[in-house]
Ligand binder design. Sequence first.
Ligand SMILES: Cc1ncc(C[n+]2csc(CCOP(=O)(O)OP(=O)(O)O)c2C)c(N)n1
Length: 341
Amino acid sequence: MARPTETQLRDILVDMVEARAQGGRLWNLQRQGQVGTVAPVDGHEAVVAATAHALDPLHDWIFPQYREPLALQRFGPEVLEQYMLYNVGHPDGSRLPPSVRVAPIAISLATQIPHAVGLAWGMTLQNEPGVVTVFFGDGSSSEGDFHEAANLAGVLRAPAILLCVNNQWAISTPLHQQTAAKTLADRATGYGIPGVRIDGNDAAEVYDAVDQARQRALHGDGPTLIEAVVYRLGAHTTADDPTRYIPAEELEAAQRDDPITRLATHLASKGLWDDELRTTTEAEALARIDKAFERAITQPLAPDAVFDHCFTSDTPRMARQRNALLEATTATGAAESGVSQ
Ligand SMILES: Cc1ncc(C[n+]2csc(CCOP(=O)(O)OP(=O)(O)O)c2C)c(N)n1
């Protein structure tokens, strides 16, 4: 049992509050047409931030799905900078410096899980210390990629933590239509690995579960499946209207168990948190995301960059398309500008 210290819990809360504040800014930027579709982190903050604090940024890897980056900043300031590049559509947003052990976000559901398990196995083969944690949702746990990767991880005893964030919804599909399984953690039995189900709104419980799974992996005992139960506190993405399918009273009940309020109340009772600290934390977080956004939109971007990272060299068809695009943008003068808004 590795309960985080009160100081660690305060650091986790700082990351959670920052992520929520920056997510609000990102939502507004999307509404202003400044960034693409955004998937809010609201309701997932305790799982993501506490996990990042239970891991070692120098040796461990994180493979996110798409909600996590704002709460992963313990792994380096580059995470926010790259995420903002991604949000403005710059290809460099999917390329973190090698020193930052966070993989690019995965929009194609569950594709990140085999990659994570492969890396974990590779680290074992190369005698590298460290574990790989991969985030995915309850919806993604129905994908073949999850089952294949979980099975392989068990067989290879890969040092991986399969972290399923069960937020009860996959866009508008509720959990009871997703699976007949009683719990998602139960699925671990079929792969011969431990499965644990935790309260994802409890940062201390998340920290403890991830720490235990990490110790098992480091001792050569293989992967763990963790199901962290939370509730998605709002829209799936900026393209969604949850009022069309989530009963208002259900959302209100979930909001009463907001992970930020829960941890803030605990730390306030210990004299370690107050409104002033929250205000300062939010202001600093907003200043950082505004700076990262300014940097992202002024980053030069060639109009044909969209073709750049598909193949080593363009196929004949891509070459024709690239040329056509360059001719069209030169004609309109668009090639002179930076990221198009
Ligand atoms: C392979 C694939 N199928 C379908 C989609 C469309 N899609 C995007 S998000 C989503 C729901 C994912 O739910 P879940 O894995 O529970 O994660 P959450 O968004 O709730 O965090 C779906 C079906 C996709 N991105 N990729």
